[in-house]
Design a protein around this ligand. Structure first.
Ligand SMILES: [Zn+2]
Length: 319
């Protein structure tokens, strides 16, 4: 037990060091020799604050930052790739105070920043879209607290309780999850304000947490859409549904096509199958043989059976 804890602490330390190495700061100070202590303090504050800012900032935030001294500003200002500091202000401040002011300065780049907590779960919500509809913002937050604890309890109780949502105008796809962060396209939300169960699909990716090369992408995405189908809070309101079977389809089509096949498998072959595959994927124990072990048939045989009689009873949740 002690050994495991030590190993984890070491692992976290080395991850911290890596994060530090992947960001760079250049302090533009021709007179640096007479300000070494201050510059070291600023550098340390940068490494404490910038990785958190950049991770929260979302899409392709610059990793190389230049710091300049500027006496025309009262204290400290910052945006991606750039920090400005009033030297006189900084000289009298503790490192902690500088860190706090720096993070506050970075936050000004965002149109909104909030942290909500409920029932042991938290959601940090950042919007970089000045036009984000407040009603949509509220629905995304409410959906998180409504669905995420259920997904964690149902599929993976080791999953994080702290999630970050970022709405970004520079991001052009629909949404994506990485680590504990979900990035939403501002444009997509504007065009599809009722599609709140994107939250269900994406937070399921956090719960899945399979890591690399655990299984095929169609399976990961098929599970996330099956979960959206089954647990989604308002698929009716967003007119989201599973498309009918057609001969052109394959289970490898992924997303909703695979999800409908999974609904059929759960109904006619083996209830609980998807949760079982999900936990095998997380444990990196999934292989094609998993289908045979769980159902007595290969995935191709199962799809063949489905194609012969693809009738399935579907029920969608609504608000
Ligand atoms: Zn997905």
């Amino acid at each position: 037990m002690i050994k495991q804890t030590t190993l984890l602490a070491l692992l976290m330390l080395s991850m911290g060091a890596f994060a530090q190495r992947s960001y760079q700061i250049t302090i533009n100070d021709p007179d640096s020799s007479s300000h070494m202590a201050l510059n070291e303090k600023l550098k340390s504050a940068f490494f404490k604050v910038y990785p958190t800012f950049a991770q929260a900032d979302g899409y392709r935030t610059k990793r190389q930052v230049t710091l300049e001294f500027a006496n025309e500003i009262p204290a400290i200002a910052g945006k991606e790739g750039e920090i400005k500091v009033n030297r006189k202000w900084a000289e009298n401040k503790s490192q902690k105070k500088i860190e706090k002011a720096l993070f506050e300065a970075f936050k000004k780049n965002w149109n909104s920043y909030s942290v909500d907590k409920k029932g042991g779960y938290s959601l940090t919500f950042i919007s970089k879209d000045p036009g984000l509809d407040l009603a949509v913002r509220k629905k995304l937050i409410d959906t998180y607290f409504e669905i995420y604890p259920t997904l964690v309890k149902t599929f993976n109780d080791k999953s994080t309780h702290d999630v970050l949502f970022v709405v970004d105008t520079a991001y052009k796809a629909v949404a994506e999850a990485s680590g504990n962060r979900i990035l939403f396209s501002a444009g997509y939300l504007k065009a599809h304000p009722t599609d709140i169960d994107v939250v269900t699909h994406e937070t399921m990716h956090i719960v899945q947490g399979y890591g690399y090369s655990a299984g095929p992408v169609w399976l990961t995405e098929g599970i996330a859409d099956y979960v959206r189908y089954k647990y989604g809070v308002d698929n009716v309101g967003s007119k989201w549904s599973l498309p009918n079977y057609s001969e052109k389809q394959s289970y490898k089509n992924s997303y909703r096509i695979t999800a409908r096949f999974f609904a059929w498998l759960e109904q006619y072959v083996k209830p609980g199958l998807i949760a079982n595959l999900d936990s095998q994927l997380r444990a990196h124990q999934y292989t094609e043989q998993s289908w045979v072990n769980l159902t007595g048939k290969t995935i191709d045989q199962l799809w063949e059976d489905y194609s012969k009689n693809p009738v399935v009873e579907l029920k969608y949740n609504s608000k």
